[in-house]
Design a protein around this ligand. Structure first.
Ligand code: SF4
Length: 347
């Protein structure tokens, strides 16, 4: 079967994306000769997106550190001595000012992250004000606040939230080596609550923590077998953080393995936006270009990603210009029309 037919075979007849993958099938794709894998990924990409356009998002930590969860890769967990200073929830006006700067720099989506196990109702109302005000700037909104109840998800939807980020992090088999305070099922339940409330999902994972290739593929299978694929799939390369357990097991994938994983994600979740997320500052221009060729079509812009580094905006703009990729950054087409009649100001 030729590669184009193979891509077609991976989609169901009614045009819906497929969500009954297994690791053997994912591995068969991942292990294809590189040129064949890249062609399949590019066909999947071109069938669903403009391959020369990249989404640009910006991420702000609105409440940093002191988190009761024990995610073994994270500088914000209260379980580990990482030297990070915990902060209170930011004021809405400061968040909106940061969103405005991000928009001016070329971001079309503004993501707000709080290091909580689950939000308190009073804090949730503050976040709803932020969502409403940031939407008033004409940006897409995303928040990540930990586990949600169904009612909290509905409240966020009422506030106009576009995306909820909640990652599966890794494969079911590797999960317990990384986190013990929150089960994988807890995460899947929160994703279902957000989806049921009508919120789009941002859900991906992290590689380079000491997992095997099969775990990376198991993570993709987990994501691709969700009842409906997340609209955004961030693939994070673990950022080196001193003082967390993953520091002892971490092993970054080689560049080719990174590109193969992105290409496999693109084929398995052909209609999802695949974001090259944390860890881009470790990557050469050439590696990023290969990941974009493999189907990655979103990045975070801005010098800081929560508590870790990100490439400078000028470097990103220069790279995208050299690749002929349009984005908010490069002065290319904007994805999001300004909205009217909504916040922009905090209550
Ligand atoms: S829940 Fe989020 S902030 Fe808290 S430790 Fe885990 S990754 Fe870090």
């Amino acid at each position: 079967m030729n590669v184009a037919a193979e891509v077609k075979r991976k989609e169901t007849g009614d045009g819906a994306v497929r969500n009954h993958w297994n690791v053997e099938e994912a591995k068969a794709l991942y292990d294809l000769p590189f040129a064949d894998l890249m062609l399949q990924a590019q066909l999947a990409h071109r069938n669903n997106f403009d391959p020369n356009h990249l989404e640009t998002a910006s991420l702000l930590s609105i409440k940093t550190g002191g988190c009761p969860e024990d995610c073994g890769y994270c500088s914000q967990s209260a379980h580990y001595e990482t030297g990070l200073k915990a902060t209170r929830l930011m004021d809405c006006t400061d968040v909106v000012a940061a969103a405005r700067r991000a928009k001016d720099a070329g971001a079309t989506r503004f993501c707000m992250a709080a290091a909580w196990r689950t939000p308190k109702d009073r804090d949730l109302e503050s976040v709803c004000d932020m969502v409403n005000a940031v939407k008033g700037l004409g940006m897409e909104t995303c928040v990540t606040l930990g586990m949600l109840t169904p009612n909290q998800a509905v409240r966020l939807a009422e506030a106009g939230l576009d995306f909820y980020n909640h990652n599966v992090d890794t494969s079911p088999e590797f999960y317990s080596k990384i986190i013990t305070t929150r089960s994988l099922q807890d995460r899947i339940d929160t994703l279902a609550h957000a989806r049921d409330a009508g919120i789009k999902l941002c859900c991906g994972g992290i590689i380079g923590m000491g997992e095997h290739v099969e775990d990376r593929l198991g993570m993709l299978v987990l994501l691709a077998n969700l009842p409906s694929h997340a609209e955004s799939v961030p693939i994070n390369l673990w950022n080196k953080i001193e003082g967390v357990p993953v520091e002892d097991t971490a092993e970054p994938p080689d560049s080719i393995a990174m590109v193969r994983l992105v290409a496999t994600a693109r084929i398995m979740m052909s209609r999802s936006v695949v974001r090259l997320s944390a860890g881009r500052h470790y990557m050469s221009d050439e590696l990023q270009a290969l990941c974009f060729l493999a189907g990655a079509n979103s990045i975070f812009i801005g010098d800081v990603l929560l508590t870790t580094k990100n490439p400078k905006v000028d470097r990103d703009a220069d790279l995208l210009a050299r690749l002929g990729i349009t984005s908010g950054l490069a002065g290319g087409k904007q994805c999001v029309a300004p909205t009217s009649g909504q916040g922009e100001k905090c209550k």
